[in-house]
Design a binder for this molecule. Structure first.
Ligand code: ZN
Length: 147
């Protein structure tokens, strides 16, 4: 019987092999670049925001399976959502990926994050966390930074 870890690996590989919203968008869509030098991951995020809603999103780039599949999940999760909702989602994701320094087990409970739950296992490998949050940090930057 496949364990949860195997299931998560499948979800990650699925997004890596068949990335959602891969490509580019022409201007006036914005293009924001993000890099994770530790791993050599690169992401270019194209965002079309109209009336406070993310109408369209694409990403291109290359890197490890974690960075690319996380970016794929991110684009699928934010498309059609309001900027306010997306900011909220970015924070929830980063919260999920943060290491609690006091407790090395039992990450903070989060609501249903869909496919993104698959990335939770990455928390156990601190060097990979930067891979997983790359697309999300790039998205935050594209939205004008934290607020
Ligand atoms: Zn990486």
């Amino acid at each position: 019987m496949p364990g949860l870890e195997d299931l998560y690996r499948e979800v990650i590989l699925d997004h890596y092999r068949t990335p959602r919203n891969k490509g580019e968008l022409p201007p006036p869509a914005t293009c924001t670049e993000g890099t994770n030098p530790l791993c050599g991951d690169e992401i270019r995020l194209f965002l079309d925001v109209t009336d406070g809603v993310i109408c369209d999103v694409r990403f291109s780039g290359h890197g490890c399976s974690i960075s690319q599949s996380s970016a794929s999940m991110m684009t699928a999760a934010v498309k059609g959502k309001s900027v306010a909702d997306v900011r909220n989602l970015v924070h929830r994701f980063k919260e999920m990926m943060s290491i609690e320094e006091s407790a090395d087990e039992a990450p903070a409970p989060v609501g249903s994050m869909g496919d993104m739950e698959a990335l939770r296992g990455v928390v156990k490998y601190p060097v990979r966390i930067k891979c997983a949050v790359l697309g999300w940090n790039t998205l935050l930057e594209a939205l004008g930074g934290d607020s």
